[in-house]
Design a protein around this ligand. Structure first.
Ligand code: CMC
Length: 434
């Protein structure tokens, strides 16, 4: 990957010293230009201060593009709406990993490769048994994904492209198996082995919901809806979990360890954990007549409560994933004949919040998590599995970001600086004199 050339500069004058210096202004193929401040400390002796990285580009990337003001999301240039309507998750995985949609032969090969990596080392079943039955599935997923590096030594050399490819395939293929095993373990049912006759989403459903005592038939409506959910969650450029994967990867850590770090970051309620919180919140509200009280609570500056499923760091107009999933949720609930009163609460909440000055002024719109929970509930998943499902879909994005990082010759260990506000140097005082 080569860095974009710069024909423009930004000049900064330091009013305290009168020193002046010029920084290159870099343009990507789309989006805001970035000021290349790598020489800032050398030239002026300053660091930048941007907690939460609200205006900091941490890397160059050719995978996913978001225009938050326009509500645009592109995977390798393709609008999410088109992929959601016309593509499938395996194609999207190929696109994110290799940069292009596969032709028929490439797709068949890719699907075959992923399908034939879905089983996990048998010893992993024993590893599962060390967890408490009531452990949260994400706690189990974080632990088991991290443990994969103890099972697959033959794909942990990050400098070997073959190892990287095998690890990438293993992670995409085994993640549904691990998430399904976490579910089975939590409900006290036997693990269900993957079936190579089924596609990715159908196989996951079977591993979650089949039991050895009965025949299980995958509902094609549910499988299609789950495939769509995976597409919508597949990547989201430099979000918190992808950045965590990159940060861990920048140290040379193995891919399994890096993706485990991504799972941990995803679990937080501000990020992937929000889908679970949305459902808990809708349950707590319980009745559409109570929505107003909860909106009031969310607006109260003295109350830490926030409306889960609302707001986004980047999207300030609408979340294009939410538009797709809203439509799909109505359709799937209809097709499955599910009449969920929580959907009514959600519709009322969306209506009131979208009209409320507090939300309008802050440009807080429903995000992807607002509707995904209702859909996952209708499919039969318990709330505690929602974030694990997000992790299954997002693994390909993390892996694509990790591969891009490793192949980027300009990559260095990620090591931010700080604005120190602690005590300055002081002498140690013996305990009897304190
Ligand atoms: N409910 C009520 N107020 C909110 C909300 C909300 N959901 N989100 C932001 N605000 C307010 C916030 O209090 C602040 O108000 P003020 O200016 O008066 O202090 C203002 O809006 C700006 O908020 P912020 O915290 O500076 O915004 P951020 O960009 O740092 O946070 C966010 C983005 C997604 C963490 C936040 O909107 C949030 O906590 N949302 C709820 C959790 C959620 O749904 N997360 C899923 C995100 S989408 C899926 C994913 O990518 O993981």
């Amino acid at each position: 990957m080569t860095e974009p050339k710069s024909n423009e500069n930004v000049t900064v004058v330091d009013n305290t010293t009168g020193k002046q210096t010029t920084f290159p202004l870099l343009s990507g193929t789309a989006g805001a230009k970035v000021i290349d401040i790598r020489n800032l400390y050398k030239d002026l002796g300053y660091f930048t201060f941007d907690p939460g990285y609200t205006a900091t580009g941490s890397c160059q990337s050719a995978i996913t593009y978001i225009d938050g003001d326009e509500g645009i999301l592109l995977y390798r240039g393709y609008p999410i709406e088109q992929l959601a309507e016309k593509s499938d998750f395996m194609e999207v995985c190929h696109l994110l990993l290799f940069g292009e949609l596969p032709d028929k032969k490439q797709k068949d090969q890719f699907v075959w490769d992923i399908t034939h990596h879905t089983m996990v080392h048998d010893q992993i079943s024993n590893f599962f048994r060390g967890f408490r039955r009531d452990a949260h599935p994400m706690a189990v997923v974080c632990g088991v994904v991290g443990a994969l590096s103890a099972f697959y030594h033959d794909s942990t050399d990050i400098n070997d492209p073959w190892h990287r490819k095998v690890a990438s395939y293993r992670l995409i293929a085994k993640m549904p198996t691990i998430a399904a095993m976490a579910y089975k373990y939590s409900v006290g049912q036997p693990f269900v082995y993957p079936s190579n006759t089924l596609d990715y989403a159908a196989n996951f459903l079977r591993m979650c919901f089949a039991v050895p005592a009965e025949e299980y038939e995958v509902n094609p409506i549910v499988a299609k809806a789950l495939d769509l959910i995976f597409i919508l969650h597949a990547d989201h450029e430099q979000n918190a979990s992808a950045s965590t994967v990159r940060l861990a990867g920048s140290t040379g850590a193995n891919p399994f360890a890096c993706i485990a770090a991504g799972c941990a970051a995803l679990w937080g309620p501000s990020h992937g954990g929000a889908n679970e919180e949305v459902l808990k919140m809708l349950n707590q509200i319980g009745d559409k007549n109570k929505v107003g009280d909860w909106v009031k609570k969310a607006k109260d500056p003295d109350d830490p409560f926030r409306l889960f499923g609302f707001g986004h760091r980047v999207y300030k107009n609408h979340d294009p994933r939410a538009n797709v999933i809203r439509k799909a949720a109505h359709q799937v609930l209809n097709e499955l004949g599910v009449n969920d009163p929580l959907l009514e609460v959600a519709i009322e909440l969306e209506k009131i919040a979208l009209e409320d000055e507090y939300f309008v002024k802050r440009r807080l719109y429903p995000n992807v998590d607002f509707y995904s929970g209702i859909m996952l509930k209708a499919m039969g998943f318990p709330t505690s599995m929602f974030t694990a499902l997000f992790a299954v879909g997002r693994t390909v994005g993390w892996i694509a970001q990790w591969n891009e990082l490793i192949e980027d010759p300009s990559q260095k260990i990620n090591r931010p600086r700080q604005l120190y506000t602690g005590p300055t140097s002081r002498d140690y005082i013996p305990v009897d004199k304190r």
